[in-house]
Ligand binder design. Structure first.
Ligand SMILES: [Zn+2]
Length: 60
């Protein structure tokens, strides 16, 4: 199962949850404040292909 990162717009709580693809769009109430609905945020390191790091290339 893929690991998704969620963030609460109310309190800013971030947490990672392992959910199935089908469940990834379901609303999850924030366990921290109990008010916000967690928003899924994209992990920076999961979708990009390997080797494409932000290494500066100096061509001087
Ligand atoms: Zn919250």
């Amino acid at each position: 199962m893929p690991l998704y990162e969620y963030e609460c717009p109310k309190c800013g709580k971030k947490l990672e949850l392992r959910r199935s693809m089908a469940d990834s769009d379901l609303d999850i109430k924030c366990p921290e404040c109990g008010k916000g609905i967690l928003k899924r945020v994209m992990s920076l390191f999961s979708s990009s292909s390997s080797g494409g790091s932000c290494a500066p290339s100096s061509s001087t």
